[in-house]
Design a protein around this ligand. Structure first.
Ligand SMILES: *Cc1c(COP(=O)(O)O)cnc(C)c1O
Length: 447
């Protein structure tokens, strides 16, 4: 009797060492050696043959062709001849998260050929075999970014290079192929330049579209193994504003029987496998009137993240020091959010010395627990709390429910704390171009 397909042993030089950092580097060296060495052309022939043999690259007449690198300059454009109308601001259509713009980016990869020429083509369904790797083994990762229509009439991305680099890190974690992040950025910019002018008209400053770069394992083989085919795509979606301010976010602390991420896992990567399993807890939170889960970890009830956003508190220590605190990245159980990073950088520069009539804060990345938050609330040392991420932007937190108690977090300015407010104003200025800043990446429009 032949063994079931799903447990077919790996046929080639595949090993199961990929889950370590070394493994990831090794996999990079196989799928895109140019990322580890500076130039594909800089490799010696023997290098190429060795890599080619492992990769199964084209070898004809003894000459190996290295797999093609992702190359945005090869982009092929097919115009959408039946474009759709832009939904009205505030319409149910806009809020549905279903409406995408007229075009999308696609690029196919195979282990033998590398990356095919990417396409800018009409938005539409993908074609996948039911055996596709992503449908069975969660070989999927993504990014979340926004395209902003500035008050100065310009289109901008916010620190997009960081998203492209994080996407590469995520693909490495789940055995998807590597690519030069700068090429992905060029493709994203092309799509934004094409669809931005119509979907974010100059008459609507302060608006944005959500950008979703995605990569999936598209192999049409059910064997449990590294994908030999993959598909990269980028779509632009209409998205309602999701930052909550009125009475602040209500968070439900996760219970002991559910954890989002663990040391040695993949909580630090933006892989789909982190999100599906969190939806049960999130659904329960919503049903009980909370916005998000505040994910805790371990017996110490260490505070990690709030839903798909990073979490900050401002509190005064018992010694009287005012601190802005967020969880550290070292354990690799939280996502290295670009908004988180930006808040830390701005706070260190602008808040640490004290700003206008705001007292100076010490900016701290350290492990902290729900018990410390509880103590700070009880002892009236809690100043404010907020969650940050591309989707929720900067959202003040008003309540945290932990083990049967509702903890109230102060919001001095009635709709948010003073630090939350100033951080949000700074980021708003940079994203929508009221402050000219190097983090704002201007997109030249094609019309
Ligand atoms: C995307 C995401 C964030 C926020 O990251 P940004 O880069 O700021 O958008 C935080 N936590 C998780 C789990 C996420 O998926």
């Amino acid at each position: 009797m032949s063994p079931p397909i799903a447990i077919t042993p790996p046929a080639e030089l595949e090993t199961t060492s990929e889950l370590t950092a070394q493994g990831i580097e090794h996999s990079l060296s196989r799928s895109a050696p140019s990322l580890l060495k500076t130039q594909p052309n800089g490799r010696t022939l023997s290098d190429t043959v060795t890599n080619g043999a492992i990769n199964g690259s084209n070898i004809s007449n003894g000459i190996a062709t290295p797999p093609q690198e992702l190359d945005a300059s090869l982009l092929q454009f097919t115009k959408n001849t039946s474009p759709r109308p832009v939904p009205a601001a505030g319409s149910p259509e806009e809020a549905s998260h279903k409406v995408c713009t007229d075009h999308m980016i696609q690029a196919k990869w195979t282990v033998q050929q590398g990356w095919e020429a990417p396409t800018l083509q009409p938005y539409g369904p993908l074609s996948l075999m039911p055996t596709a790797s992503c449908l069975h083994y969660a070989t999927e990762c993504f990014e979340g970014m926004k395209l902003y229509r500035g008050y100065d009439g310009k289109l901008r991305l916010f620190r997009p290079k960081l998203n492209c680099e994080r996407m590469l890190m995520s693909t490495g974690r789940i055995a998807l192929p590597s690519f030069p992040p700068t090429e992905l950025l060029k493709l994203i910019v092309k799509l934004c330049a094409k669809d931005g002018p119509k979907w974010l008209p100059k008459s609507k400053p302060g608006s944005f579209l959500y950008i979703r770069p995605t990569m999936i394992g598209s192999d049409s083989a059910l064997g449990v193994q590294r994908p030999k085919e993959a598909l990269l795509f980028v779509i632009l979606t209409c998205f309602p504003r999701m930052d909550i301010s009125e009475s602040g976010m209500r968070l439900l602390a996760s219970k002991d029987d559910m954890v989002r991420a663990w040391p040695g896992g993949f909580g630090y990567a933006k892989v789909g496998a982190n999100y599906g399993p969190s939806l049960v807890a999130q659904g329960e939170a919503r049903a009980q009137g909370y916005h998000q889960i505040l994910w805790l970890f371990g017996d110490e009830c260490t505070v990690t993240e709030a839903g798909a956003s990073n979490f900050f508190v401002v509190w005064r220590t018992r010694e009287g020091v005012l601190q802005l605190v967020t969880a550290p990245l070292g354990d690799k159980i939280i996502l290295d959010g670009i908004t988180r990073r930006s808040v830390l950088e701005l706070a260190r520069k602008r808040l640490a010395p004290g700003y206008e009539d705001l007292e100076a804060v010490e900016v701290v990345e350290r492990k902290f627990s729900m018990f410390e938050i509880e103590d700070a609330v009880n002892e009236e040392r809690m100043v404010e709390a907020f969650a940050v991420g591309t989707a929720f932007f900067v959202s003040p937190v008003g309540h945290i429910h932990f083990r049967g108690r509702d903890l109230t977090v102060p919001m001095k300015e009635t709709t948010s704390g003073a630090y939350t407010k100033v951080v949000k104003e700074w980021l708003t200025g940079i994203m929508w171009g009221t402050e000219q800043h190097e983090w704002g990446h201007i997109v030249e429009e094609e019309e």
